[in-house]
Structures are given as structure tokens and as C-alpha cells.
Design a protein around this ligand. Structure first.
Ligand SMILES: C[S@@+](CC[C@H](N)C(=O)[O-])C[C@H]1O[C@@H](n2cnc3c(N)ncnc32)[C@H](O)[C@@H]1O
Length: 376
């Protein structure tokens, strides 16, 4: 199939359904987040119109912290559920754009813009929905370096070529901006013949990126290393699909990645979280590997130091660059964060126990995973 045929297939798959949520054939859109939902996100979610929620078909929760006043773009916005949550969290001074290629979903989401504006008590709407391709954001008039945060919930797995999507995402982000991505990943490269199956493609299973390829692709485009937040095994309910995809497992994972300045300082830093991010007074769980407790100093590697220094979180941390040069690439962290991902792909039932034990031990200050690299 050519790109256009994949696009048309997806438009039919998602455009013609009144209630997408109950019609999908995997557990992807029923994923519950593995960390508690912050109160403000929970409150915003409860205000979203039920008809919008019925058409939700994402595979994660794409609501990063500290969004007040931000300009946010949702790639593949579907019925707009995430956009309306974000609309509440960015506030009247922020702005949310939802982009989707499926006309029916753009029309359906536009119907509820005024409803949410009134519900949130805004003088004017802060959300717009634009029909377009996420590979071609330039055609929708979005300027380079104009956005603080990009989110995407289960759309990239439906794109035959992921690189233009990531390249465009990188272009439109401001320096220090964040791409917060929930998507489906496969345990191995999907063979070509499975990519021709319309249902496997429509469900996002045969277009899922092999998880290792995400890391190389985002680096090629210029992003930071992807920081993994959650990973959950996807169950395929339909036995015929199960048989077709046999030998490949799928995981829904949420990553955050950043557009960092090219000429940044390359040294470790000692950082302390100030407890100032709304909803997170005691602890900021930045990813599975970096959990910052308020007023506790920890050493982070050069890339994380740059993320904290150049992103919207810079005012929430005290950051002292260390004179120590950045660790050599050969020096691996004590526990690679991708371990979590591998567990989700290979041993879905064990990951919960593993995370529970890890969390419990960290809480008891028996730091199993150090935030620093130990090279010496
Ligand atoms: C699985 S649905 C998820 C929708 C939404 N993010 C949610 O969470 O409900 C994927 C959406 O991405 C859109 N999409 C897929 N490929 C796209 C592309 N190349 N350009 C624009 N939208 C696309 C589809 O039209 C569909 O609405």
C-alpha cells in the first residue's frame, strides 16, 4: 500500500464510527495509567463532554505537568478528548491546536469547542481543530519554533513513515519544548505482509514502531533521548488478529522527549527539585528513572541537566553544573530505564510486581536506582 492508501484506510477506520472506544479490538484504549492521575488532570477529564469521551481511541494519558499558559499541539487529535483536557490546564492565556486528517472527527470535535469554553468560564475559546496531515504541519500554517508542548496519543502507529512526523514535530517546537508521546510499540520489526492487513493496520498493531527504532529515529531528527514514563502490555481480544500477529507482542508506552539547544553544556549537574510544579509538592516523577524528591540533591547526567535547564521546568530546579565531564557513552546507568519496557513487552504480568517493589524500596530510601551515573 502507498502512503495515501494507508491514510484513506485509517480515515475510514476511525471516521465512520459513532463510538470508537467500544469497537476497537485490543486493550490499547482501555489502558489505565500506571501512576496516579494528578488531581487537576482528573478534574479536567471529568468536565469533558461524554460524547467526546465515547470517541476516545488513544492508548495513554498525554497530559504532562506545568501547562499553564502553554501553546500545545495534539498530533492526531481524534474526537478531541485530550485537547479539551489540555484546554482546561493551559488556562485562558494558553492555546491548544488539535490536528487530524479525518474530516468526521474534526467536525465532531469542533462541535464541542464552545461547550468547553463555557464550562471552563473562558471569555473566548482557546482551542481550535484543524484538518491536516501530521507529516505536513507546514501545510496547516504552523510556524517553526512556535509551540511549547506537543502531545500525541496513538497516532504515529497509524502513519506509514514516522520520520516526517518526528521531523515536523521537532521543527514546530520551541527550543526547550517537549514532545509527550503515547503510542504502540512492537517487540520486533513487523513483517511487510502484516502491514497489508487493514484491521491490523487500523488497530495500530502492524504500523507500530519496533521500540528500538524509536530511539535511533528521534536522535536522527535531533531530539533528546526519549524518557520512558509508562509501559503496559496490550492485549489483543480478537483471536483471528492474535493468530495473524503471533510472535509479536505490543506495548503501549508513553515517552517524553525534548528539543535541546545544539551548543549546550555537556556536564553532569547536581539538581534539587523545589516542589513548585502544581500538583507535585513532594515528588516529581519525571520518568521511570528520575523521581525528584523536594529539596533532595541528586546528580543527573549531562542530558538530563540540559533538559531541566532549558525546558519549562528550569525555574523548578536549582541546578549546579558539576566540573566533572559528562560520563563516557560506554558508562551505562546502574539500571537502564529500558528494562521497564522490556519487562512490559516480555513479561507483562511481572512488571506490576517489579514496579511495586521498586517504588516501595525507593520510598524507604533504600535507593535501588541511583539518579547518577557511577563511572569511577
Ligand atoms: C487511534 S486514533 C487516536 C485519536 C486521539 N488521539 C484519541 O486519543 O482519541 C488516531 C487518530 O490519528 C489520526 N491520524 C492518523 N494518521 C494521521 C496522519 N497522518 N495525519 C493526521 N491525523 C492522523 C486518525 O485520523 C485518528 O483520529
Amino acid at each position: 500500500m502507498e502512503t495515501l492508501e494507508y491514510h484513506e484506510l485509517v480515515q475510514r477506520y476511525y471516521g465512520s464510527r459513532l463510538e470508537i472506544h467500544g469497537n476497537l479490538k485490543t486493550s490499547a484504549s482501555c489502558m489505565s495509567p500506571s501512576t496516579p492521575i494528578p488531581q487537576s488532570t482528573f478534574d479536567a477529564l471529568r468536565l469533558v463532554h461524554p460524547s467526546v469521551c465515547k470517541k476516545y481511541s488513544g492508548c495513554g494519558l498525554v497530559v504532562p505537568e506545568k501547562l499553564q499558559g502553554c501553546k500545545v499541539l495534539d498530533l492526531g487529535s481524534g474526537s478531541g478528548r485530550d485537547c479539551f483536557i489540555l484546554s482546561k490546564l493551559v488556562g485562558q492565556s494558553g492555546h491548544v491546536i488539535g490536528i487530524d486528517m479525518t474530516a468526521e472527527l474534526i467536525l465532531a470535535s469542533r462541535k464541542y469547542v464552545q461547550y468547553h469554553q463555557q464550562k471552563y468560564g473562558y471569555e473566548k475559546p482557546n482551542t481550535i481543530f484543524v484538518q491536516g496531515y501530521i507529516e505536513k504541519l507546514n501545510e496547516t500554517g504552523i510556524q517553526s519554533g512556535s509551540l511549547d508542548v506537543l502531545v500525541s496519543n496513538c497516532a504515529m502507529c497509524l502513519c506509514p513513515d514516522k520520520k516526517p512526523v518526528l521531523r515536523e514535530a521537532f521543527r514546530v517546537l520551541k527550543e526547550g519544548g517537549e514532545l509527550y508521546l503515547s503510542d504502540i510499540y512492537s517487540s520486533k520489526a513487523v513483517p511487510e505482509h502484516l502491514k497489508q492487513d487493514p484491521v491490523l493496520w487500523g488497530e495500530g498493531l502492524s504500523g507500530a514502531l519496533y521500540w528500538r527504532d524509536l530511539i535511533s529515529l528521534v536522535h536522527e531528527v535531533g531530539f533528546s533521548t526519549p524518557y520512558l514514563l509508562t509501559a503496559s502490555h496490550i492485549m489483543v481480544h480478537n483471536s483471528e488478529l492474535q493468530k495473524k500477529a503471533s510472535g509479536i507482542t505490543h506495548t503501549s508506552a508513553t515517552y517524553r522527549l525534548f528539543k535541546l539547544p545544539k551548543n549546550r553544556k555537556q556536564s553532569d549537574a547536581v539538581v534539587a527539585y523545589k516542589g513548585t510544579v502544581p500538583d507535585h509538592p513532594d515528588l516529581l516523577k519525571f520518568d521511570m528513572y528520575h523521581c525528584f524528591e523536594t529539596d533532595i540533591e541528586v546528580t543527573v547526567d549531562a542530558e538530563m541537566a540540559a533538559v531541566l535547564q532549558h525546558s519549562r521546568f528550569s525555574s523548578d530546579f536549582s541546578i549546579q553544573s558539576s566540573d566533572k565531564p559528562a560520563p563516557s557513552p560506554k558508562c551505562a546507568p546502574q539500571v537502564n530505564p529500558l528494562v521497564y519496557f522490556l519487562w512490559a513487552i516480555q513479561k507483562p504480568s511481572c512488571i506490576c510486581i517489579f514496579l511495586y517493589v521498586l517504588h516501595y524500596m525507593k520510598r524507604k530510601k533504600e535507593i535501588l536506582v541511583s539518579n547518577s551515573y557511577h563511572c569511577n
